[in-house]
Structure formats: C-alpha cells, structure tokens
Design a protein around this ligand. Structure first.
Ligand code: C3B
Length: 876
C-alpha cells in the first residue's frame, strides 16, 4: 500500500492528478485551458484575439501550477523534516518582474517559448506585459529579493516576510521642464498571478490603548492577512516562500452607520486599516509620516512573529527553549527592529514566560544587519510616538534599556576608577555639534557635566532611550541600539562598512561586545543579473567554460581570465556587448524617442538620487565636457572620445536637493542634445522611472558605470556588482564594495579616484576650512550654470552654492569640489583607454572573471553558516 501511495503521491501524501508539463504541445494546451478557465477569456477569442496582457496572464497561470506543485511539496517536506528556518524580516522586497525568472528557474524556457510562439505571441513581448513588483526603494529592497532567490537555490529552509503594499515605489515621470513628477504605482491593476491569497491565515494586530499591570488592552485592532509568493530556486526542486501581509479591518462594514445614512462612517474602519499596507514609503531620506510608518513596521513584524510562533507551538508546544534551534529572524536594517520588543511581549504576556527566560530566547533568535551610516536612515522614534502607539512595547524597551545599562555598571565603574587613578585630568574631546553656540552654552554644558555622576555619564552613551543633543527633553528610542542589544549577531554589508560601524555608530557597543560584530559582504543573484538578463553573454561564457555550472558556482567565472588576452575571444565579447548596447538604444528610443548612436562609450549611473552618491559630480564633469566640445577646434574634436551618458534614479519626494539634481541633469541634457556643435560627441539622457526591469537592459548595455560616492558613505552598493558581472568597467571611489571588487578584478583595472574614507573626516574637520584650490574646470562648470546656459538661474542658485561657499561649516559635506580634479583625471584615463578597444575588452572580461565572489549565493551561504546555523534541507 505504501508503494502505491508513493506512486500516486510521491511527496508525503500530496494527492496529485497533476503532472508537470514539459513539452510544447501540452504546455500549449495548458495555457489555452488556463486562458479560458483561470482567466475567463471567452473561448471564441482564444488565442489570437486576446490582448497581450491577457495572454501574459494565461501563461503565468500555467506556470503557477508548476510553482505551486513544487512549492507545496517543498513546504510539506520542510514541515515534516522540521529543520531550523531563517525568517528574513524586511519592510522591502524589490522583486521586479517574475515571468522570465520563473520560467528560467524552472528550466522550462525552451518549451514555453515554443508553445507561446505557436499561440501567436513571443515570450519577450509577454515578459514586457508584466507590471514591476516595486515593493522597495532601492538597494536594500533589491538585496532582500536576491537573498530569497539564493536561499531557495541553496535549499535553505527560509521565508521572507514583509508587507504587501497596494502601491509600490512611486512612478517617476520627467515633465517638459525637467522636473520629477511622482505618480502612484498601481502595480496590482492587472492582478498578480504569482501570489496565493491565504484568507485562512490571519492574525490580529493591536495598536494604542493602555497597559494595566503589564496587560495591554489595545484600543484599535486590525487583521493581517497572508499572501504567499513562491520563490523558485534554480537547478533544484526547492521553492521557497515570501509571505507578505495585507492589513484589513476587524469589522468590514458598519451596517448600523450605513443604515443611518452615515456612509463615510460605515467604511471608516476599513479605510483606516487598509491605510497600513497601502503605500511603500518612498522616503528613505526624510522623516514625515512617522506614525504610519511605525504602524507598518509593527504590523508586519507582529504578524510574522505570531505566524512563526503559531507553527512552532503546533510542533513543540510549551518547549520554548527549543525556539532558537528552530527559528532565526534576520532584521533587515532598523525597520523591523521592533521585533526585539514584540518577541519579548509574545513570550512573556502571551506565553507566560518569565523575563529572563524570554530574554535568553530572544537574543538567540534575532540577528541584525545594518545597511547605512547615514544618520537620517537610522531610525529613532520619539518615546511619545512609540509609547502612544505601542505602550506595552515602550515598557519592555525601557526595561531592556535599564537592565542593559545595569549590566555594564561594574565595567564602567572599574573604568572610571582606573581613569581617575591613572590619568592626569584631560580635556574632553570637542563635541560633534556645530560650534555655533556661544560661550554661555558651553559653560552651561560644563556645569551640567560637573554635576553628573561620571558612571551615569559614561553609561548614557549606551542608552537605547536617549535625549537627542539638539532637542533636550525630547526622548527617543534608538532602534539600531535596541537591535544591537537584542541580537545574537550584528553585521555590516561590505568589509569597509563593517569596520566603519565598529568605529563610529556602534563604537561603544563594539567595545563591550566585540564578538557580536561580523561582516557579510553583499551579493546579487547571478541568475537574474547575468544569466537571464544577458543571455548572449551567458551563452558565450558557457561556450567558453564548456559548462553552465557557473550560474550556481560563480567562482567558475574565474576561468574566463585565461581567455582575456585572446583576440578572437575579445572580438566575440565585443560583439555581444555591442548587441546589448543596441538593445539599450532601442529601449531608450521606445521610451523617450531619443536616437542614440551605438558606437560611443556607454556610461551609466543608475541609483537613487542622493547627494552622497554624487550624481552632481558626474553632471558637473559633463558640463565641462560640453564646454570643451564647444570650444574645440575641428582637429581637437576629431580626437575626442564620443560618449553617451545615461542617468537613472528617483529622488525621495521631499528631498529637495536631490530633485534639483534631477532637474539639472535633465536641463543639461536638453541643451547638449539639441546643440548642433555637439553632434554625437556627447549625449546626456535621464531615463525616467528607473526600476528593476530597466536595470535589466541598462546593465548589460553599459561599458562604464559610475559608483562615485564620497568615501565612507555608501555601505556597499550592489549595482556595482551587477555591472562587474556583465563586464562593465567601473569608475569609482574606494568606498563600499568597490574596494572588494577592485581586489577581485585588479585595482589597476578600475578607474579609482578621490579621497579615502580615512581622509574624509580629516578634511571635514580641518582642511576644508582653509582650502581654496577650486579646479578652474569646476569653476567653469558652475559658472555655466550660474550664467544661465541651462536656464533657471534662480532655481539652481542654492545647488551651486552648496558646493562653492567655503568656510561654512555645513557646506559641500560630500566633497564634490575637492574630489573633482581627481575625478577628471580618472575620466581622462577612461577616454584614453576606450580608444584602445583591445585593452578595454580585456579588462571587461576580467571584470566578469573577477565577479564570482559577488554572488548572493556566497553571501547567503555565509549568513547560513556564520549567523543563522541553518543547513540545506533538500527534497529529492
Ligand atoms: C542600501 C545602501 O545604501 C547600499 O549601500 C547597500 O548596498 C544596500 O542598502 C544593500 O545593503 N540602503 C538602502 O537601499 N536603503 C536604506 N534605507 C539603507 C541602505
């Protein structure tokens, strides 16, 4: 009987009359069936008269069957085996499109392409009909998406947990005057065939209310409803899960109010609840909407932890000490860090554990990744705000803070004693606060300090709850500190970044618990970011290496090194790159109506617009290049290296300086592109609405990419890794993962410029106050803006001033002016090298060859072994 059951239902009792379809004829039949019976298209119109979007849905519905089959088997298997799981808590998952990735990861591209052709469409057109799932801002959200792809590929039991935003990252349009416009991203309008709604999986989430004797009575409650998104691994049967939560009202509809004619009131509760999962915050730079954002964070964290605990209880009821052996939550930046207090609350208030037991479990079950040192992104919630929304959590955080500081008292006391005895009284180092304040303030401060107990003073820097220096009496909760204290491990995302956090934002914490701190250099999935987005290059690599095993074993890419000098191979490589440039130029023509020549150097800078990422530096150098072209003799012109400069990226809606940079790039582009003196020597294009699917065309087509952040500011960068994989040379600073890319590729092959991370603070604190050596080319570029070459003189005034008024303490914080000269030197090298196509191509090959380390498979393997203690669990 067992055998019969096995044959009918090979995976622990899943009843199946469903068989995978892998030949074109049965796939074709399946798509037709889905078009009619899943999508509801009238049979009279199938297949030739359904529109492309409908055809896409039919194909997606057919693929969904494969996904669900493997998903159910994987999840059943995991449930039976009961391995330790990792839960990746992230407010953002920037998934992009799924059709191509799904068909490729399931290894069904050949038969599906053929079947789709027979139905009168082609795969590429249907791929383009899909809406982008843009539930993320940028690097952090896309990293989460790469990570879950790698988790599935490596057969690691793990789920992503996040929010099913109804509206994702805003759509960006550029108007005729060059301004950024923000439009809602209505990404679900054509349905979402990749998700499985789970109306049966719901949790209650409370807000506000009161606490009486440790018992919280929330004044408001909403429902979190689950949606599962199967995540297929590659070359494995494993299909992982991304579970996203939607907020719904407890009471759908107030019929009483409705009957009284109070129509708004009848749906008020619903609207209020739905607001929680309505919009992704486009703002990683400013602070508005605090309340709702915190509500979102708590909403998804609470639902996710409740979900995990519910499953744990089913299997191991009561045995809470086992939890750290069965689950680990990775907190992606500070957004989910309320998890520390929520896990404590659930263990104590709901499960009845005592504080110490709960704490012992909590700090083994959570881990924290820091992704930035930008102060504005390190969340600090005012106590008043958090205490109102989550009163019980405030109590818990307060207690964590007290116990934590108490635990340090002895150590600090000893330190203070030692300092008293050994050292002669020494002056305190100057505080970081602007020295604007007069003597009086300083005296006051001194007085205060004199009164303070030295132990208390020393302890205050460890405070999770603190006063912000510039706003006395406003207490805030430093969520990063809460996470550091409540986690088993803390990691940065590139080697230099992991060092910087130990020296700066977490210095004091590192000193008292160095064992917690680790590095996990980011990575990207080689499937989406090389194999699937650049099929011609992938094919050439496979031919050359004699295997496609590099797709999961990217270190094999190093085998390309031995071909880097081979002229015949270089020619093939160049031809592939040229075809990718053509594809990119067609895309831009289709999107913007601009004709781009394909012989010039394709230079790309795509990322969120931010002063620290220095798109400004790039555009200023292009302004100078424009000036050079305008003043060149015909002979000089003939020697110039033609260039197409492409920008893409969104500015946070309330980040005015970033918006001005967007406009400046667009204004310069308009003037340069229409100037007959320039011709094909320079084209400047700002591609609107940069997102994952544009990246998939831009990255293969790029020959040079810019990663030029002020040293010490970009935690890692991940697009730098994608460009490197696709054989694109890098101009960059010694910042973030550029440093490791240079190590793997050969620093001599990168166009490195600018101050190092150690030089930057020295510059900021001292040198810049005397510095006057503005590069005349820099001055010229600014003069052109000031004199109206690009119009809007008044509008650009403060942007110009922001890098040109010296001796102002807050000016040119990101060192655009002092790095300009070296940047121009590096750009000259770029031009020189591009004239030598053989050498350029050789380096291009070396970039791909050196990119093996930057696979997210490697990163995830390290997380699994060094933090999570999660091992593969593979269903055969
Ligand atoms: C980003 C950082 O800015 C990048 O340097 C880094 O590569 C990625 O995270 C991934 O680690 N980041 C982001 O996109 N959003 C934030 N709020 C913080 C960091």
């Amino acid at each position: 009987l067992e055998k019969v059951r096995e044959a009918v239902a090979p995976s622990n009792g899943v009843p199946i009359d469903w068989k995978p379809k892998s030949d074109p004829a049965s796939i074709q039949a399946d798509v037709l069936q889905n078009l009619e019976f899943t999508i509801g298209a009238p049979s009279s119109k199938i297949p030739n008269e359904v529109d492309v979007k409908t055809a896409y849905r039919g194909v997606a519905a057919s693929l969904r069957e494969h996904l669900i089959d493997a998903f159910n088997r994987t999840q059943d298997y995991w449930s039976k085996e009961d391995p330790k799981f990792v839960y990746y808590l992230s407010a953002e998952f920037l998934m992009g499109r799924s059709l191509l990735n799904t068909v490729q990861n399931l290894e069904l591209t050949g038969p599906y392409s053929e079947a789709i052709k027979k139905l009168g469409y082609d795969l590429e057109t249907l791929v383009d009909a899909e809406q982008n799932a843009a539930l993320g801002n940028g690097g952090l959200g896309r990293l989460a998406a790469c990570f879950i792809d790698s988790m599935a590929t490596l057969d690691l039991p793990g789920w992503g947990y996040g929010i099913r935003y109804k509206y994702g990252m805003f759509k960006q349009a550029i108007d005729a005057k060059g301004y950024q416009q923000e439009l809602p991203d209505i990404w679900l309008s054509n349905g979402n065939p990749w998700e499985i709604a789970r109306p049966e999986i719901t949790y209650k989430i409370g807000f506000y209310g009161t606490v009486d004797n440790f018992k919280w009575s929330p004044a408001e409650q909403v429902i979190a409803k689950a949606y599962d998104n199967p995540i297929p691994g590659y070359k494995t049967n494993t299909v992982g899960n991304l579970r996203l939560w939607e907020a719904l009202p407890l009471n759908e509809f107030d019929l009483d109010a409705f009957n009284k004619g109070e129509y708004d009131k009848a749906v008020e509760e619903r609207r209020k609840a739905e607001d929680i999962s309505a919009v992704l915050y486009p703002n990683d730079a400013t602070e508005y909407g605090k309340q709702l954002r915190l509500k979102q964070q708590y909403f998804f964290v609470s639902a996710s932890i409740q979900d995990v605990l519910a499953r744990f209880k089913e299997k191991h009821a009561g045995n809470w000490s086992l939890l750290p052996e069965k689950a680990i939550f990775q907190m992606n930046d500070t957004h989910p860090t309320i998890a520390v207090a929520e896990l404590m609350r659930l263990l104590i208030d709901q499960e009845g554990l005592d504080w110490d037991t709960a704490w012992g479990i909590t700090i083994k079950t959570l881990a924290f990744t820091n992704h930035t040192v930008m102060p504005e992104a390190l969340e600090k919630w005012p106590v008043a705000v958090l205490g109102k929304l989550l009163p019980r959590h405030l109590e818990i955080i307060d207690k964590i803070d007290t116990i934590w500081k108490d635990s340090l008292k002895e150590k600090i006391l000893a330190q203070v004693e030692q300092e008293k005895n050994s050292a002669p009284p020494k002056a305190e180092p100057a505080a970081k606060a602007p020295a604007k304040d007069d003597k009086k303030a300083a005296e006051e401060e001194e007085e205060e300090e004199e009164e303070e107990d030295p132990v208390e003073a020393a302890l205050s820097k460890y405070g999770i709850i603190t006063e912000i220096p510039w706003q006395k009496d406003v207490k805030v909760i430093n969520m990063a500190y809460l996470a550091v204290v409540g986690s088993k491990a803390v990691n940065g995302v590139a080697a230099i970044h992991s060092e910087i956090i130990k020296d700066t934002i977490f210095k004091d914490f590192y000193e008292v618990m160095p064992e917690k701190f680790q590095n996990k250099t980011n990575g990207v999935t080689p499937r989406r970011w090389l194999a699937w987005c650049n099929p011609a290059l992938a094919e050439l690599i496979t031919q050359t290496l004699g295997t496609d095993a590099w797709i999961n074993e990217t270190t094999l890419l190093a085998g390309l090194r031995q071909h880097a000098d081979d002229k015949a191979f270089q020619a093939k490589w160049r031809a592939v790159k040229h075809a990718a440039k053509e594809k990119l130029s067609h895309k831009i023509k289709a999107l913007m109506g601009i004709d781009l020549p394909t012989d010039p150097l394709y230079d790309v800078q795509i990322k969120r617009i931010h002063e620290y990422k220095r798109q400004y530096l790039n555009i200023l150098s292009l302004i100078y290049r424009y000036h050079q072209i305008k003043t060149a003799t015909p002979e000089e012109k003939a020697k110039m290296v033609p260039r197409v400069s492409i920008f893409g990226g969104k500015a946070a809606s309330a980040y005015y300086a970033a918006k001005k940079i967007v406009r400046l790039i667009n204004r310069v582009g308009t003037v340069v592109n229409s100037d007959p003196d320039v011709g094909d020597l320079l084209k400047i294009v700002f591609v609107p609405d940069y997102n994952v699917d544009l990246a998939e065309v831009l990255i293969p087509g790029a020959e040079l990419s810019q990663h030029i952040s002020t040293a010490g500011t970009e935690a890692s960068g991940t697009s730098n890794m994608k460009f490197a994989m696709n054989g694109c040379l890098i101009i960059g600073t010694m910042d973030g993962a550029n440093i490791e890319i240079a190590q793997e590729t050969g620093k001599e092959n990168m166009f490195v410029f600018g101050m190092d991370a150690e030089d930057v603070p020295v510059w900021r604190e001292g040198k810049r106050k005397e510095w006057k050596d503005y590069d005349p080319r820099f001055v010229k570029a600014l003069d052109m803006i000031k004199s109206g070459t690009f119009g809007e003189v008044d509008y650009f005034k403060d942007l110009v001033e922001s890098v040109s008024v010296m001796n102002d303490h807050n000016n040119d914080w990101f060192l655009v002016a002092p790095d300009f000269t070296d940047y121009m030197r590096a750009q000259d090298e770029v031009d020189k090298l591009y004239a030598d196509q053989d050498e350029w191509t050789r380096r291009s090959i070396l970039y791909t060859a050196g990119s093996g380390f930057f696979s997210s498979d490697r990163t995830i393997d390290q997380y699994a072994k060094e933090i999570w203690d999660v091992v593969p669990c593979k269903r055969h």
